[in-house]
Ligand binder design. Structure first.
Ligand code: GDD
Ligand code: MN
Length: 412
């Protein structure tokens, strides 16, 4: 096509994944610094790419006309997404296209795009319109107000997913839970660490060598970047218009690989020496003690030969549920009062109770597992073994509830 003769691809950087401190001066385009560069990683998006450029242009032309660029980074898609993208450049001069033929992967595509970007604010959005473009205005406003990183989140007020299957939701939340255990000080800083939709100040990444794997570019940025202030904006992850998700089991394996690599290479996990919330943990422990008391009383009332003499296991399950309910009420009103006060709606309390319940039941399984492990292989004293097992389960219950049930996102 004629237009293709005049238009050319952006050269794909090679070597280290380092975002330069200052936008590179480029002969191929007017050497003018911009406010905002938005990278759109694409793979087999030929049917979506035009709509994405149109929608993004509408939003950004109205919000920051002439002061932004769109950079599509395509990994040599077999459906020739790179060709469709390049054909748009004449109509949309703020668009540039990179066709990578020797590298593949969502995260590395984003960084290669940021390496050639001219903006002081760098962003990433999916190329399939599942990330609503209008949220960009709120994300940019958060950066203007001083946030180092502004992330779109499905898990805060205004957030959600359109119609994910239970499996996809379970896998996504499971991946987040695993990440909280391996890399608490990175994943614990945002409510949706799996998000692929966020903006970051260039100077937070300057002279940092990134080492991404797979899909989760946000982990890399929080784990290795100089990120102090994080803002979050709720968004609903939409249905795809065309094509399908490229997420396969490989992305989950990459994710675990990425977590371990980040954990090892960033030592005590990045710059944020977030203190362990000891006073909250002590309150949580005291509430737990009251739960033990409730558990014992109910167990006595239901199973003792002098009372109802019900079977032990049935009594124990009912007693545990009473104890969990007791603990939830106290934790919601005391331990995490500062957080629950901000989310007083009935559905929010119910959601917190459900999460608390599931996490504590998982804690009960952990408790029984460690009791048997310690009693049978380490300390043949059931009461000491039980105490240690309760301590492990309490730390699990506290940490996971802190991060998932009583979400304290470190927004400004
Ligand atoms: N360049 C490049 N190379 N782009 C890729 C590649 C790749 O190897 N794999 C996927 N992409 C592009 C897709 O074309 C799409 O624009 C975007 O990355 C997301 O890929 P999907 O396959 O649609 O992922 P998803 O919708 O299941 O999940 C997305 O949203 C989640 C929530 O924000 C991803 O961004 C996840 O990382 C994210 O957690
Ligand atoms: Mn998608």
């Amino acid at each position: 096509m004629d237009t293709q003769k005049t238009q050319s691809f952006l050269p794909a950087p090679t070597g280290k994944f380092q975002v330069p401190e200052f936008p590179p001066s480029k002969s191929s385009v007017i050497n003018q610094q911009l406010q905002f560069s938005l990278v759109i990683p694409t793979y087999k998006e030929s049917k979506n790419v035009r709509n994405v450029v149109i929608r993004l242009t509408q939003i950004l032309d109205e919000f920051i006309p002439g002061d932004y660029e769109l950079i599509i980074v395509d990994d040599d898609s077999p459906d020739r997404t790179w060709e469709v993208a390049l054909s748009l450049v004449e109509e949309y001069p703020q668009l540039q296209v990179m066709r990578r033929q020797h590298e593949r992967g969502l995260s590395t595509a984003v960084i290669r795009g940021w390496q050639v970007a001219r903006g002081n604010i760098l962003g990433v959005i999916d190329g399939d319109l599942q990330h609503p473009p209008h949220v960009l205005k709120q994300l940019l406003s958060e950066i203007y107000q001083g946030a180092d990183l502004a992330a779109a989140s499905r898990h805060i007020e205004g957030g959600g997913v359109s119609s994910w299957s239970f499996i996809r939701r379970f896998l996504s939340r499971g991946a987040q839970l695993l990440g909280l255990l391996i890399l608490p000080k990175v994943l614990g800083r945002v409510s949706d660490p799996m998000s692929g939709y966020f903006l970051v100040q260039r100077n937070c990444l300057a002279s940092v060598t990134l080492d991404p794997v797979g899909y989760k570019i946000l982990l890399e940025v929080i784990g290795r970047g100089k990120i102090d202030k994080i803002a979050e904006v709720g968004y609903v992850f939409c249905e795809r218009y065309e094509g399908e998700s490229k997420v396969t089991w490989k992305q989950y394996v990459d994710y675990i690989h990425h977590l371990i690599r980040l954990r090892i290479s960033t030592g005590r996990i990045g710059r944020v020496s977030q203190r362990f919330p000891l006073s909250r943990f002590v309150r949580f422990g005291l509430v737990g003690l009251s739960g033990v008391f409730v558990d014992m009383v109910i167990l006595y009332l239901l199973s003792d030969p002098t009372t109802l003499a019900w079977p032990l296991t049935r009594s124990k399950i009912i007693a545990s549920e009473f104890a969990i309910f007791n603990n939830f009420l106290w934790n919601d009103a005391w331990t995490f009062a500062d957080v629950s006060m901000q989310q007083q709606e009935l559905h929010q309390r119910l959601k917190r109770f459900l999460k608390f319940n599931i996490i504590c039941l998982a804690g009960l399984v952990l408790n029984v597992f460690f009791l048997n492990l310690i009693f049978n292989f380490l300390i043949p004293n059931r009461y000491i073994a039980n105490l240690i097992a309760i301590a492990i389960a309490t730390i699990w219950n506290f940490w996971v509830n802190l991060k998932l049930s009583w979400r304290v996102t470190q927004v400004k």
